[in-house]
Design a protein around this ligand. Structure first.
Ligand code: C2E
Ligand code: CA
Ligand code: CA
Ligand code: CA
Length: 276
């Protein structure tokens, strides 16, 4: 009765009701999106210190028939709640690996690493490692060029299972980046225990770098920490030449952000790569 009371109350708030309806519709559409072939992968270049392109991050886009491009910030949390992220994430990996296999055959793209985001819900599937290895084998993508981006939230609960999944994939050469570093639960102890290859400094710190001393201190220490742990470090969200110069002066060696390129469809990525 208490539950019903709460639901009844909601119906008297038109704004909230509209929001719930929009969400329910989005969820229904999301269930159809895979079979209707509405997902696209965009690619954002990752650059080295001397301006060459070293890799790219695959970023998911949903070409909704009525709403146009829906941002992943809107539909990924929804897909994580209702577990649609498992099949959607499978599509992302399959598509990214097919692309990676094609790059190996192209002299201009042959050395690039492709970074792919993996949600905790997807990573925790018992078959995640074996499915990913099967995709690599099926597509012919070289495992050592695939970098999986995971977030700190993955390691809060089932640390042992996640570490085992990472270990299994690393046996085959797959590498790992810790995404959004510094924004999560930040227990530094997992940096010691997990087989990570790269830290990605979150864009919120990079954005405020030149105006805010605390952000600058966090970025400088993250770079120093990465170097002493022998992890690669990449700064996300680099938008200005001044930010890039500061990061280089502090020892950062990899960069991603609008300064170089927004996420673009595949054809445009090839052009960026040729230009560097
Ligand atoms: P993320 O992994 O932290 O990705 C970086 C986000 O920052 C991307 O947003 C990118 O477009 C944006 N960005 C890149 N450079 C700049 C910059 O210089 N300035 C600013 N302001 N933003 C920049 P996007 O593509 O909207 O993706 C949002 C989030 O959605 C991602 O954050 C990631 O958490 C999630 N996501 C995207 N694709 C996938 C996917 O295939 N699987 C999963 N599980 N999550 C994904
Ligand atoms: Ca990412
Ligand atoms: Ca990030
Ligand atoms: Ca993120």
């Amino acid at each position: 009765a208490k539950e019903a009371g709460r639901d009844t109350l909601r119906f008297f708030d038109p704004a909230m009701q509209a929001q719930l309806q929009r969400r329910a519709q989005l969820e229904a559409d999301l269930r159809q999106a895979l079979s209707r072939d509405e997902f696209r992968l965009y690619y954002q270049p990752q650059m080295g210190a001397d301006g060459q392109m070293i890799g790219a991050e695959a970023l998911l886009r949903w070409a909704h028939p009525a709403r146009g491009m829906v941002s992943p910030g809107e539909f990924i949390p929804l897909a994580e709640e209702n577990r649609l992220i498992v099949p959607i994430g499978g599509w992302v990996l399959e598509t990214a690996c097919r692309q990676l296999a094609a790059w190996v055959r192209d002299p201009a793209m042959a050395d690039l690493t492709l970074s792919v985001n993996v949600s905790p819900e997807q990573f925790r599937e018992p078959e995640f490692a074996e499915r990913t290895l099967a995709i690599l084998a099926r597509t012919g993508a070289p495992p050592s060029r695939l970098k999986l981006e995971v977030t700190e939230s993955l390691f809060v609960h089932d640390r042992d299972e996640s570490r085992e999944t990472m270990r299994r994939l690393k046996e085959h050469g797959v590498t790992f980046a810790l995404d959004d570093f510094g924004t999560g639960y930040s227990s530094l102890s997992y940096l010691k225990r997990l087989p990570l290859d790269q830290l990605k400094i979150d864009q919120s710190f990079v954005r405020d770098l030149l105006e805010d001393e605390a952000s600058a201190a966090i970025v400088a220490s993250t770079i120093a920490l990465s170097r002493s742990l022998q992890l690669e470090v990449l700064a996300e969200g680099v938008e200005t030449e001044a930010q890039r110069a500061w990061l280089i002066a502090h020892g950062c060696e990899a960069f991603q952000g609008y300064l170089f390129s927004r996420p673009v469809p595949l054809e445009e990525l090839a052009a960026t790569c040729q230009a560097t």
